[in-house]
Design a protein around this ligand. Structure first.
Ligand SMILES: [Zn+2]
Ligand SMILES: [Zn+2]
Length: 254
């Protein structure tokens, strides 16, 4: 499996793009930023987007992607897959002909640029050439992490979450697990904010590590740009040697 980091951060800053990952050139995991990281031919290769939740730092890039698909090639389309409440928010709150055009009816309802697909929680489903299992996590809005598998190797993606249980429980014993992509948003001094906003700090990750499948590398994403240096230093001091921060624009092969 090939995972390209389009955006590694939990917000936008100079050189910092919101969270998005491109798997095997065709499937997005979240789309906080897409068009700022890819050429137009690369954007046109995208067929699916699986979305963890509807916060803007995970979906904003999808709105510009839809424009690329609409104007550049007849018949280009992306299928946005997520749990029911997330799809409803995208339909009613984003692609609603007020905030953005309803690309599920453009250029024509029979051949739209955006197709929606509702994923069932805790069930492994085929998305493109991958197997995807959405598992509910602990965030301020309906949100899931994903277990993503290609039949031989797999990765766990936390999405946005505070301390959580079900995702790690579901992942235990997963065959071919190669990496855990885990969020961290705030430095330790903002622990109370992390608790309210349901995000991780390095101290919370230290505790989370005991629940994670053992001996699997933990790749951190979603650090808020303004705290990047501080969080990096705190993560470097964790006792576990298996935690590292994902590099934006790098491609990881697992
Ligand atoms: Zn986020
Ligand atoms: Zn969020």
């Amino acid at each position: 499996m090939k995972i390209r980091v389009l955006g590694a951060f939990g917000g936008e800053g100079l050189g910092h793009r919101p969270s998005a990952f491109l798997v095997n050139d065709r499937i997005l995991i979240d789309g906080g930023n897409v068009t700022g990281a890819l050429t137009i031919p690369q954007q046109l290769s995208i067929e699916h987007a699986i979305v963890s939740h509807a916060h803007l730092d995970h979906i904003a890039g999808l709105v510009y992607l839809t424009e690329t698909l609409a104007f550049c090639e007849v018949g280009a389309a992306v299928t946005i897959s997520s749990i029911d409440p997330v799809i409803n928010t995208l339909r009613a709150g984003v692609f609603n002909n007020a905030l953005w055009p309803d690309f599920s009816k453009i250029p024509h309802p029979d051949v739209p640029v955006v197709k929606y697909r509702t994923l069932v929680e805790d069930v492994e489903q085929r998305v493109g050439d991958l197997w995807v299992t959405p598992v509910p996590v602990s965030h301020t809005v309906p949100a899931t992490g994903f277990i993503v598998h290609d039949g031989s190797s797999g990765v766990i993606y936390s999405g946005d979450t505070g301390p959580t249980e079900a995702l790690w429980r579901t992942a235990r014993g997963l065959r071919g697990l190669r990496a855990i992509i885990l969020e961290c948003a705030f430095p330790n001094r903002l622990g109370p904010l992390a608790q309210v906003a349901k995000h991780m700090t390095p101290a919370l990750i230290q505790r989370e590590l005991d629940k994670l499948p053992p001996d699997i590398p933990v790749w951190i994403f979603h650090v808020k740009p303004q705290f990047h240096e501080e969080v990096s230093e705190e993560l470097a001091r964790l006792e576990s040697g298996r935690v590292s921060i994902l590099e934006q624009d790098k491609t990881y092969f697992i």
